[in-house]
Structure formats: structure tokens, C-alpha cells
Write a protein that binds this ligand. Structure first.
Ligand code: HEC
Ligand code: HEC
Ligand code: HEC
Ligand code: HEC
Length: 231
């Protein structure tokens, strides 16, 4: 008997198990799916530096900063696995950015998109629509637990730090606080910078479709100065 056979069958069982698990798991879809309902946030996000974070991997972009960080300003980094994880949405994860995907799909995942901060949306987007339906029919709110189970994330600091690191820690980015202290990341400061060329999109008033925990500790602050007209 071929000594590899038992080994191969173990592998195929493992493969089947992981495939079954993957079917339950939320996948990345790209910002256009969110923009269908959240057009105001999407428009505001387009103005942030995150939306354009892929383009700065092109040769000639930010040449001065690249030289300072010992990154080749004339090199094209748009397919470099060492850069894509922090300059695209969901790179290396199911449904996430892949340089080999069709251009229209890649475009919706290039840059730091909605799902980089809010989580992969394939399952929670549906909960949003369903919850809105219930709310508009009888005013019943939906518990945020449902959203957490569907893969939505509310720990924004954790999401930011994946790419930005903390303080002077070197997260793997060539543009870290050891190169220039201006790259040091302070969550409370950074998450409050909204608008054109900044970190986070402008905020818009919510009507309150969702209730319960988790709610971000700065939600009330953001909502107190949020713009009208999200619905
Ligand atoms: C671990 C995540 C991570 C990796 C990997 C990464 N970056 Fe970045 N990059 C960032 C973050 C975060 C910033 C924003 C830093 C800031 O402005 O505080 C940034 C900023 C930049 C900037 C703008 C710098 C400026 O001052 O204008 C360029 C250009 C850039 N990255 C290119 C690259 C290239 C090229 C690679 C691969 C060789 C790469 N990055 C790898 C996270 C990363
Ligand atoms: C850099 C991270 C980041 C990205 C990218 C991002 N968001 Fe947000 N978003 C936030 C933070 C932080 C809040 C505030 C959370 C709170 O109030 O609880 C927020 C709040 C929201 C809200 C609640 C209402 C509001 O306006 O504050 C909606 C809806 C939303 N985002 C949708 C989107 C959509 C759609 C995209 C993409 C087009 C997107 N977000 C991209 C970080 C991000
Ligand atoms: C997937 C990786 C990623 C995530 C997640 C991420 N960022 Fe960024 N962020 C970047 C990159 C890359 C840039 C550089 C964009 C540029 O220089 O044009 C950047 C730029 C910024 C800037 C602008 C810096 C400047 O002054 O030019 C701020 C502020 C910022 N991010 C805050 C945040 C906050 C707050 C969060 C979490 C709520 C967050 N980021 C999540 C990758 C990320
Ligand atoms: C079918 C429409 C629809 C789609 C698609 C959709 N949403 Fe929503 N979303 C809503 C509605 C409605 C609310 C509740 C708004 C309110 O309370 O004012 C909401 C609420 C939110 C909130 C705030 C949740 C809270 O804590 O109250 C965030 C953040 C958000 N959406 C992000 C996203 C992201 C990211 C995507 C894409 C993956 C997305 N949404 C896709 C309709 C949608």
C-alpha cells in the first residue's frame, strides 16, 4: 500500500472541515455594497486619505517620504505582498483584495475601505437591511449582538492598530515612528480626525435602528456633531 494514502485522507478530511467553517465565515465585498445604503458615508470616505491609500504605492507617489523611509520611489509596489496588507481591504482573507482579481472588483477593495474598520460585510450587510425593515414597520430595534455574530466589528482601535501599530512600535510599515515621530499612532487623536485628507469619514446622524452593546465609547461624541441626512 502506498504509505501516503492514510496521510492524504487525513488531509482531505481537514480540508473538508476548513471548507465547512469557511462557508460560515463572513467575506469581504468591497465598498460599493455599503455605498448602496450609506451613500453619504461613502462619499465622505472617498475624501479621506484611506480611500486613496492604494495609489501611493505607485512609482513617483510620495517620493520624498519614500526616500526618507528607504523605500524605492521609482518602484511599483502595487502588487507587492509586503505592502498590500495595509494599503488594500482584506488582502489575504476570503473575498479580500487580490491583484489577480478582475479590475472592477479590485477597484472596490483597493485602499483602506469600509470593511477594514467595520469588518467583512457579506453577512452583516443583510442584517442592516432586515433591521431597517423591522424598524420602519413597527419601530422595533435590533440588538447589536446580531451584528457581532454576522462579523461586524466595533473595536475600532484594534482595527486601526493592525495597520498603524501603537506608539513607536514598528508594525511592519516602513513609515513608522522610528523613521519619523509624526507616524506614531494615538487612537483617541486619530479617530477624531474626520474629513478631507484625514483618517475617518464625516459622521451622519443615525435614526437608531440598532440598540444594545457593543457601542463605541465615543459614539455619543461623534453623533453630537454628526451631519443630518443619512436616511
Ligand atoms: C503594517 C502595515 C503597513 C505595511 C506593511 C505598509 N504600510 Fe505603508 N503605511 C501604513 C500606514 C499606517 C501609513 C500611514 C502612516 C501615517 O501617516 O501615520 C502608511 C503610509 C505610507 C505612505 C505615505 C507616507 C507619507 O508620509 O506620505 C506610503 C508612500 C506607503 N505607506 C507605502 C508603502 C509601501 C511601498 C509599502 C511596502 C514596501 C508599505 N507602505 C507597507 C501601513 C503599512
Ligand atoms: C478608518 C476606519 C473607517 C473606515 C475606512 C470607514 N469607517 Fe465608518 N466609522 C468609523 C468610525 C470610527 C465610526 C464611528 C463609530 C461609532 O460612532 O460608533 C464609523 C461610523 C460609521 C457609521 C455610523 C454613522 C456615522 O456616520 O458615524 C456608518 C453607517 C459607517 N461608519 C459606514 C461606513 C462606510 C459605508 C464606509 C465605507 C464607504 C466606512 N464607514 C468606512 C470608521 C471607519
Ligand atoms: C488596512 C490598514 C489600515 C487601517 C485598518 C487603518 N488605517 Fe489609517 N492609514 C492607513 C494607511 C496606509 C494610511 C496612509 C494614507 C496616506 O498617507 O495617504 C493611513 C492614514 C491614516 C491617517 C492620516 C495620517 C495623516 O496625517 O496623513 C489617519 C489619521 C489614520 N490613518 C487613522 C486611522 C484610524 C483612526 C483607524 C481606525 C479607526 C485607521 N486609520 C485604520 C492604513 C490603515
Ligand atoms: C440594505 C442597506 C444597507 C447595507 C447594504 C449596509 N447597511 Fe449599514 N446600516 C443600514 C441601516 C438602515 C443602518 C441603521 C442606521 C440608523 O440607525 O440610522 C445601518 C447601520 C450601520 C452602522 C451603524 C451600526 C450601529 O452601531 O448602530 C454601520 C457602522 C454600518 N451600517 C456600516 C455598514 C457597512 C460597512 C456596510 C457594507 C459592508 C453596510 N453598513 C451595508 C443599512 C445598510
Amino acid at each position: 500500500m502506498n504509505i501516503f494514502l492514510p496521510f492524504l485522507s487525513v488531509l482531505s478530511v481537514l480540508w473538508a472541515l476548513s471548507a465547512a467553517q469557511a462557508a460560515d465565515k463572513a467575506t469581504y465585498e468591497g465598498f460599493k455594497v455599503c455605498a448602496k445604503c450609506h451613500d453619504l458615508q461613502a462619499e465622505a470616505w472617498q475624501a479621506t486619505s484611506h480611500a486613496k491609500a492604494f495609489d501611493i504605492l505607485k512609482p513617483g507617489q510620495r517620493a520624498e517620504a519614500k526616500v526618507k523611509a528607504k523605500v524605492d520611489p521609482n518602484k511599483d509596489y502595487t502588487a507587492d505582498p509586503g505592502c498590500l496588507g495595509c494599503h488594500t481591504t482584506g488582502y489575504g482573507e476570503p473575498g479580500g483584495y487580490d491583484p489577480a482579481m478582475p479590475p472592477a472588483q479590485a477597484k472596490a477593495l483597493a485602499g483602506v475601505g469600509c470593511e477594514s474598520c467595520h469588518g467583512p460585510g457579506s453577512q452583516f450587510k443583510k442584517e442592516h437591511g432586515d433591521a431597517e425593515g423591522r424598524f420602519k414597520k413597527g419601530g422595533a430595534t435590533t440588538d447589536r449582538k446580531v451584528l457581532v455574530e454576522a462579523g461586524q466589528t466595533f473595536d475600532y482601535e484594534k482595527a486601526c492598530v493592525k495597520c498603524h501599530g501603537v506608539g513607536t512600535n514598528k508594525p511592519g510599515s516602513p513609515f513608522n515612528a522610528l523613521v519619523d515621530p509624526k507616524y506614531a499612532f494615538e487612537f483617541d487623536k486619530a479617530v477624531r480626525t474626520t474629513g478631507k485628507g484625514k483618517g475617518v469619514h464625516d459622521h451622519f446622524k443615525l435614526i437608531g435602528v440598532f440598540s444594545g452593546q457593543p457601542v463605541h465609547r465615543l459614539r455619543a461624541e461623534f453623533q453630537s456633531t454628526a451631519k443630518e441626512g443619512a436616511e
